[in-house]
Design a protein around this ligand. Structure first.
Ligand SMILES: [Zn+2]
Length: 52
């Protein structure tokens, strides 16, 4: 249901997109930890269609 690689990616500490690795505009308010660009792609998959 969620994104495959959850917490195993990059461990913890650094906040960056776990999809593309970007560290700008990373959304972490919903434990997403993905950037805005990737967010728009995965948004429909995680029932998050209201953004942007
Ligand atoms: Zn990204």
């Amino acid at each position: 249901m969620m994104i495959p690689y959850e917490y195993r990616y990059k461990g913890r500490g650094k906040r960056q997109c776990r999809i593309c690795g970007a560290r700008r505009a990373v959304i972490r308010s919903h434990n997403l930890y993905i950037c805005r660009r990737c967010f728009r792609e995965v948004a429909p998959k995680i029932n998050f269609k209201k953004y942007g």
